[in-house]
Design a protein. Structure first.
Length: 265
């Protein structure tokens, strides 16, 4: 037995990357899992590969832009399992475009998916957690939530916003036994750069060179689960790029000089 056995874990962005890896790791721990993303066929593939018995998972596809229907999605999840113990809020997309070239409507879409959809789902799930006087929200932010970087202006802004919202939420609900873990991945070998949008709204469709030999999604998921077990409030996950967070905090001028020399990719 472990703390995740028979607990209900809802994972968004479960069709690939960190979300997919999280499904496999939580499945090994005996959790019941709700898998969400846009592509139903990919969710079914992940569920099958996870080895979960059919009664222990729910395929719940939806688009993060469809915020008005979040309440009905939550109701489906509650009807199936009766509760939601862990919300693994992972869905979203990145950006590869300069701020001056990015249309405002694209800025709004990036913020809508990466920030408003994220907190909207949490707001729908939270009343059920409060009713049970127990819950854990895991938020996948980024080191871009710690400092701005080339070609990621609105993506970075959305990740910064998540920190402000969830740090406040954590404070307000400490007395209600609601825990919040903010996860700041650096370079993880996922399709995030492939699926990032350019100023035209089209996919970047290229793997950033810095991601090729980076940490695996599985190792990232394992570190997240360990942080949940020890009830950490925030973790950095990745390689040497994480040193930039420490550098910015303690040596901001030095950080500025060094970060300007880095490749956007």
């Amino acid at each position: 037995m472990n703390q995740f056995s028979n607990k209900v874990v809802w994972i968004t962005g479960a069709s690939s990357g960190i979300g997919e890896a999280a499904v496999y790791e939580f499945a090994k721990l005996g959790a019941k899992i709700i898998l969400s993303a846009r592509r139903k066929d990919e969710l079914e593939r992940v569920a099958k590969q996870s080895g979960l018995p059919q009664e222990n998972y729910l395929i719940l596809p939806f688009d993060l832009m469809d915020i008005p229907n979040f309440k009905s999605q939550v109701n489906i999840a509650i009807t199936k399992f009766g509760r939601i113990d862990y919300l693994f809020n992972n869905g979203g997309f990145s950006q590869r475009s300069e701020a001056t070239a990015t249309p405002l409507e694209l800025d709004r879409k990036i913020m809508e998916v990466n920030y408003f959809a994220n907190i909207a789902l949490a707001k729908e799930v939270l009343p059920h957690m409060l009713k049970n006087n127990s819950g854990h929200i895991i938020v996948i932010s980024s080191i871009a939530g710690k400092f701005g970087f080339y070609l990621r202006s609105s993506y970075s802004a959305a990740k910064h916003a998540l920190h402000g919202f969830y740090e406040s939420l954590r404070l307000e609900n400490y007395k209600n036994n609601i825990h919040v873990l903010l996860v700041c991945p650096g370079k993880i070998k996922t399709n995030i750069s492939l699926n990032a949008v350019t100023e035209s709204g089209a996919k970047h469709n290229q793997m950033d060179e810095s991601h090729v030999n980076s940490m695996s999604p599985q190792e990232c998921a394992l570190q997240i689960i360990e942080a949940i077990k020890t009830n950490k409030e925030e973790i950095l996950v990745g390689g040497k790029e994480l040193k930039a967070v420490w550098m910015k905090r303690h040596f901001p001028k030095w950080f500025s000089k060094i970060i300007r020399k880095q490749s956007p990719y």
